[in-house]
Design a protein around this ligand. Sequence first.
Ligand code: CAO
Length: 548
Amino acid sequence: MVDVKQALVPDIGHEQVPVIEVLVKPGDTVAVDQGLVTLESDKATMELPAPFAGVVKEVKLKVGDEVSQGSVIALIETAADSGKAENDGKTTGKNAEASAPVTSSPAAAAAREVVVPDIGSDNVPVIELLVAVGASVRKDQGLVTLESDKATMEVPAPFDGVVKELKVKIGDTVSPGSLLALVEAAGEAAPQARTAAAVAEPAAVSASAPAPAEAAASKAVAAAAPVQAGPRPPFDARIVMPGDAPYASPAVRAFARELGVEIHQVKGSGRGGRIQREDVAAWVKHALAAGARPTEAGAGGQGNGLNLLPWPKVDFAKFGEVEEQPLSRIKKISGANLARNWAMIPHVTQHDEADITELEAFRKQLGAENKDLKVTPLVFQIKAVVAALKAFPTFNASLDASGEKLILKKYFHIGIAVDTPDGLVVPVIRDADQKGLLTLAAELGEISRKARDKKLGAAEMSGGCFSISSLGGIGGTGFTPIVNAPEVAILGVSKAQTKPVWNGKDFAPRLMLPLSLSYDHRVVDGAAAARFTAFLAAQLGDIRRLLL
Ligand code: CAO
């Protein structure tokens, strides 16, 4: 007998955590504990495992969705009694609490033992000590950081107190129940019970996860419980990391991966030597200036083979008055990306023009009927690009890290270059193929606003398949946009102008839109680019085609 059950998001300790990866698709057979989706908060990356074995009937989440406890991940068809069987023998955080042995500590009269809660894995390495002996800690302050292959997590202090003894060092591996530290509870005089750190987090750790996902909850809750939402308190001591275990948050590691930077190469400037986003960006900047070779991952497997001269050092003040202006953070980061993409992708730009005379008449009519919306030519361009990506799937692709495979995408997420006072950002409109012109117009307005107000989250700028950079509101007759790696092409749009166009009998005034398609010539041939651009022009020239 089969049964379709919902796999739900367990208590992950946060609200609205973005999905950064969907690991299964309908039809996949999954084993218990196999990852279904990956979430990434600003504190941790975590996989949510399947609570029961079965066949995925429907995946309810997509990349970019934000989830909280109870969100449905997927529908899984399973043997009717398998969920019960899988749950047997699994401990929830609550169970872990109940089963944690209670002993008094001979080592310190008024100190309590703090042990690793149920983190869902054994032998997890300690990668950072966040406190030193003698440090005063507050409840929920991180004591150590653990990093499994599934998540990086901090184990918090279960109560206020003073660290009497640290029982682990960097590089030790720990399992649920391992003794981490002796902490003398604030204002406590008598010896107390052994305490699992998880116990201090009843809301996050107790079996409050929805019943159908209980088995998943037991694993993911445990992993998520130690992740703290609040700001990390100041360090009481500087902890120096050994060279082979640099500490960087999952978000920074993801950023480094995106740029093809081997995290071990980066020197951290944060407290305790932790690597920050700025350190990664600075490493790339330095590497590019020095002609160093980023790792294979970012090079599409080709290696850059660059041997550039160092950046010229000039004392400009020798030649006249100067003023120094620091680059914004966005400019530094986008600059490093642009420099790499420009240097490493063999770019070619294909130019064309679309006759948008009829489109413009329709756009104006649509604008008049929807006065609360700004319907610009860009929404039509998004629709036309989606149609072109469907017709030419190679453009909706990325080279994999080895540079030997093309990953063809079946989704249509379109990045839009937005000019902000601090520099260029590229938010992504997801599933543009499933949205109408008015929805796209509303979403475009929203992301432009968020970009300019600096309110865009990382998830809103990831997962793009193809980018559009429109300078049409400003001017110009054409330009050569830089491909936004690992995408393989980008459409630049300049200002539409009324021009005399020969129609076979006469020159007629037509509104012509300049299109500039830059592409990665390793993936796209010139003929394909010319066809793609001509197809785009045809779509824009006859908007009835956008309905097809
Ligand atoms: N031709 C003629 N007019 C155009 C046009 C085009 N191709 N594209 C837009 N326009 C018009 C719009 O209709 C609008 O007219 P009204 O003010 O009369 O309504 C005006 O130009 C301004 O449009 P907009 O720029 O506000 O809106 P948009 O949807 O075209 O673009 C956005 C939105 C966010 C993409 C844009 O504001 C922006 O930031 N562009 C810059 C992107 C950039 O910097 N790219 C360079 C990357 S490489 O460094």
